[in-house]
Ligand binder design. Structure first.
Ligand code: GSH
Length: 233
């Protein structure tokens, strides 16, 4: 494959800098994981806005890169072996960027696996559960008379916050002193839960002081501040 001519997505979002990593995203909790990681690693990239209000994620050009119609997705024109690499799924992209840059994943093999473990904890637990809570609390699901789905996702989100809180008790970050892709995956979702979803009181966020402490440290990082605004809406 040759970049950009063999990638149909570039017809809708032409690259101005085809030598850079191309990011197709929006500043949602999954989207900002990748823009934050790109800012943290200082890998050169170009961001393209995938607008949900015009269903850009359902366009044939976007589907050619991610048949699952979800942001974020990337193309690295200089992937393994110098060949272009297209990737979707934020967890896979985070691991790729960490390996490419040599940052955000511990060198020690055991610590590396444990970092991936917490990354999977976010991908399989925090993301889907907080996302469902958002649907039943703030979006279309809040009109449903039956409150049992909302109660289920509130209880599950509280349980997950408790797991995080216990783990963080004696640590600066998820992996101790080292800031990793696990933090970049988890904290945009915690921020979104109490911010955009307005679910702080609902989940009793005041009970999770360790999570709140690390969230503040995460949001204070200059690279996070920049990544949270990418791409512009
Ligand atoms: N597991 C996926 C989830 C991605 C995802 O859910 N993205 C949402 C935004 S946060 C999206 O693109 N939604 C558009 C749609 O469903 O049409 C990942 O982590 O990349």
């Amino acid at each position: 494959m040759h970049f950009p001519q063999d990638f149909p997505i570039t017809r809708k979002w032409p690259p101005a800098h085809p030598e850079r990593i191309q990011l197709y995203s929006l500043p949602t909790p999954n989207g900002v994981k990748v823009s934050v990681a790109l800012e943290e690693t200082a890998l050169p990239y170009e961001a393209h806005t995938v607008r949900f209000d015009s269903n850009d994620q359902l366009s044939s050009e976007f589907l050619s890169l991610n048949p699952n119609n979800k942001i974020p997705a990337i193309i690295d024109p200089d992937g393994p072996g110098g060949q272009p690499l297209a990737l979707f799924e934020s967890g896979a992209i985070l691991v790729y960027l960490a390996e490419k840059s040599g940052r955000l994943l511990p060198q020690d093999p055991a610590l590396r696996h444990q970092t991936v473990q917490w990354l999977m904890f976010q991908m399989g637990g925090i993301g889907p559960m907080f996302g469902q809570l958002g649907f039943f609390h703030k979006f279309a699901g809040k009109e449903y008379e039956d409150k049992r789905p909302l109660q289920r996702y509130v209880a599950e989100s509280r349980r997950l916050l408790g797991v995080l809180d216990g783990h963080l008790r004696d640590k600066a970050w998820m992996m101790g002193e080292e800031y990793t892709v696990a933090d970049i995956a988890i904290f945009p979702w915690v921020r979104n839960l109490i911010g955009f979803y307005e679910a702080g009181d609902l989940v009793g966020f005041g009970d999770f002081a360790e999570v709140a402490r690390v969230l503040d440290a995460f949001v204070a990082r200059p690279a996070v501040q920049r990544g949270l605004e990418v791409p512009p809406r």
